[in-house]
Ligand binder design. Sequence first.
Ligand code: XIL
Length: 372
Amino acid sequence: MAIHRPLLIGALGLCAVLAAPAAAMAAPGPSEAGGASHHSDSLRSLAANIGLRIGTAVNTDQLASNEAYRDITAAEFSTVTAENVMKWQLVEPTQGNYDWSAADRLVAFAEANHQLVRGHTLVWHNQLPDWLNAAAAQMSPDQLRAILHKHITDEVTHFKGKIWQWDVVNEAFNDDGTLRNSIWLQKLGPGYIADAFRWAHEADPKAKLFYNDYNIEFTGPKSNAVYSLVKDLQAQGVPIDGVGFQTHLDTQYPLPDLQNNLQRFADLGLEVAETEVDVRTSLPVTPTAQSAQVAAYSQTLQACMAVRQCISYTVWGFSDADSWVPGVFRGEGAADIYDENLQPKPQYFALKQDLALGKGAPHRTGQGVGRN
Ligand code: XIL
C-alpha cells in the first residue's frame, strides 16, 4: 500500500459531523432524492448528490440500545444491511419456527429513515441453524433441496417489497476459483446457485438479486471464476442482477485494482456494489497504517464512483466499537470509519471529501426498489 493521500480535514468537518441531526430517526423527512431531512454534509446527502447509495451493516443490539449509534445510522447512511439478523441461523433457530422480530425492526427503522435495505444472506455455508447442520449429512438431495427452496421462498416472501438487493448466494467459491465444498455443493451440485436465484425471483420479482463474495476485488482465479459463473447464469436466463464485492481489506496486502474489475462485471450488463467494506490493520495503529487505511477507503469509494453501474457502497459496520474484525483476525482491528467512542476518524472524512468532489461522477442506475 504505497499510496499516501493528503488528509484535508479540519475542525470544521468534525463540528459538522457532531452536529448531524439526532432527530433523523424520530422525524423522517422527504425521500432521499430530496435529502432535505439530512444534514447536507452527511455521507448520505453527499452520496445522493451523485445518485449513489451509501450503507452500513447494522448491529441490531446496538440499534436497540445505543442512541448515538442509532442517530449516526439514520443520519449518515441511505441503505442498511442486517449484519446478522437475516441469516438462516437467526431467522429459523428451530425448524419451522421463524423469528423475524429483529430483522423486522431493522426494516421498520429503514422505512422510517428513508433507507433502502440490502438483504443478507439467503444461501451461505456459515451461520446455518444447528438443526440443519446436524441433519444435513443424513438428508437425501431431494430433502435438502426442498428445505433450501422453502427457506428462500419463506424469507424472500416475508420481506417482499422491502428489500432493494438480496445477497442470494454468499461466498460460494474458494480462493483458487473452485467451488466451495459446502453442504449445498456436496448434496445438490453446482446447480444450487442457479436454483437459488430462480426461487428468490419467484418470491419477489422486483428485488435485485446479487451474488456476493470476498477476495474478488482483485482480478485472479476467484474473481475470474465468479465472472464465468455470472456469465453462465446470464446465458441460462437465470435472474441475476448484480455482483457484490465484499471488500474486506487489510493494510498488509496490496490494494486491488477494483475499478477495472468492477467495470468488467458491469460490462456484462450487471450492477455492482461494494457490500462489506472495512480496512483492518495490526494494532496498535501507527500513523503510516492509518494513512494506508484512509487511502484504501478513498480508493474503494472512488472506484465505485467511477463505474456507473456501481449502485451502492456499504461499510461492514461503521464503528470500531462493534466490528467483527478483532474477533476473527488476531491482533488486528481499527477497521472502521468511526472509533470506539463513535467519533469519526480520518477515514470518514476521506469518504466525505471524495463524495463532495465527485459531483461530476457519472449518473448511476438502479436507485429504486426493483429492477429498472
Ligand atoms: C460476520 C458478522 O459481522 C459477525 O458478527 C458474525 O459473527 C459472523 O459474520 N462476510 C459476510 C458477513 O458475508 O456475513 C460476515 O459477517 C463477515 C464476512
